[in-house]
Design a protein around this ligand. Structure first.
Ligand code: 13P
Ligand code: SF4
Length: 322
């Protein structure tokens, strides 16, 4: 439950939702009070599936810019708003479309797989999109006679190579928040909680993934914690996810893994990693973007059309029976 101070704003948001026939989609990293007004909270895969299926006229996307763009690509006739248009992503920034096109031109046999954390212009240059929830499956389905170029997350790419055994050329991008987790600080917290299971997001470094009991997307992390008989979990991802874990797993304890920075300044009480982009959204900004129907996602027709193909391919492969 969110604190009572958020109740008046939440009431305004519910009224606007009705008036606009809007749906509120929120990523697992959003602040608790945003998660609590959302119709759906989930990972990038679940959010794209929701955006493709909704009957709403307006999609209020509480996440970062590339996620709202994906919703617009899947529902081009709907209004898509996001609370803060500056909510970006270090992975998206690392991979400008012109630089990707230049690399693609060096090998006509490249088949490009993009992690969903990239711009619409980059998606428009790719063959298929993946999320952390389906990357292994989609790489396994890639044509065997082509050279895979995987962009823009080198850590997620390295993890997928380990899972599939498929060699890939990796773009040198990373999530600035997840690379803050380090082996030494994780070992220290593991010593403190020896019974705890370590649950790691694949955007993390290999030295951290090597200590994991489970490596998976944010949604799968929640399922893992729900179904595991363990009572304590060290969570190696953005701290916003703890809200759902506490709500959905009563009686279990969640420990935010400390970051490298927190270990350098041990007097600092903050041990969690926060994504500064995800945290740009506030409940006030959710209300305001609904009132103003802005900031609104608009994309050129050519990008909308071309970027839809690799996302649809992803959704189609994800929906195939196992
Ligand atoms: P998932 O929730 O899809 O695992 O992605 C995590 C992330 O970093 C989103 O930016
Ligand atoms: Fe991008 Fe990392 Fe923030 Fe996710 S957590 S939005 S990957 S910077």
């Amino acid at each position: 439950m969110s604190p009572a101070r958020f109740e008046p704003l939440a009431r305004e948001i519910f009224a606007l939702k009705k008036q606009l026939n809007a749906v509120i989609l929120a990523h697992n990293y959003q602040v608790p009070e945003i998660q609590d007004v959302a119709d759906y909270v989930g990972d990038s895969l679940g959010l794209s599936q929701q955006a493709a299926a909704t009957n709403a006229d307006v999609i209020v996307f509480c996440g970062v810019h590339f996620m709202a763009e994906t919703a617009k690509i899947l529902s081009p006739n709907k209004i898509v708003v996001l609370p803060d248009q500056d909510a970006g992503c270090s992975l998206e920034e690392s991979c400008p479309a012109e630089k990707l096109a230049a690399l693609q031109a060096t090998n006509p046999n490249f088949w490009t797989i993009a992690y969903i954390n990239c711009s619409a212009a980059v998606k428009a240059l790719c063959d298929v999109i993946v999320t952390s929830g389906n990357a292994e499956r989609i790489v396994n389905a890639a044509p065997k006679d082509q050279d895979i170029l995987f962009v823009p997350d080198e850590n997620l790419g390295a993890w997928v190579m380990e899972q599939t055994g498929r060699p890939m050329t990796l773009w040198k991008g990373n999530c600035y928040a997840h690379v803050e987790f380090r082996r030494d600080s994780l070992l220290r917290v593991k010593k403190q909680f020896p019974e705890a299971k370590v649950v790691v997001h694949p955007e993390s470094l290999r030295e951290v993934r090597d200590l994991a009991d489970a490596t998976c997307s944010t949604e799968k992390m929640i399922t893992y914690c729900k179904t595991s008989p363990a009572k304590q979990f060290i969570i190696v991802t953005e701290s916003g996810i703890i809200h759902r874990m506490q709500k959905e797993c009563p009686g279990k304890e969640f420990i935010c893994a400390p970051t490298f920075d927190a270990m350098r300044a041990p007097t600092d009480n903050c041990r969690c990693s926060e994504c500064k982009f995800m945290k740009m959204n506030t409940l006030e900004k959710v209300r305001d973007c609904m009132k103003n129907l802005a900031p609104r996602i608009e994309l050129p027709e050519t990008i909308l059309k071309r970027a839809r193909l690799p996302i649809e391919r992803m959704l189609e492969i994800s929906a195939r029976p196992n």
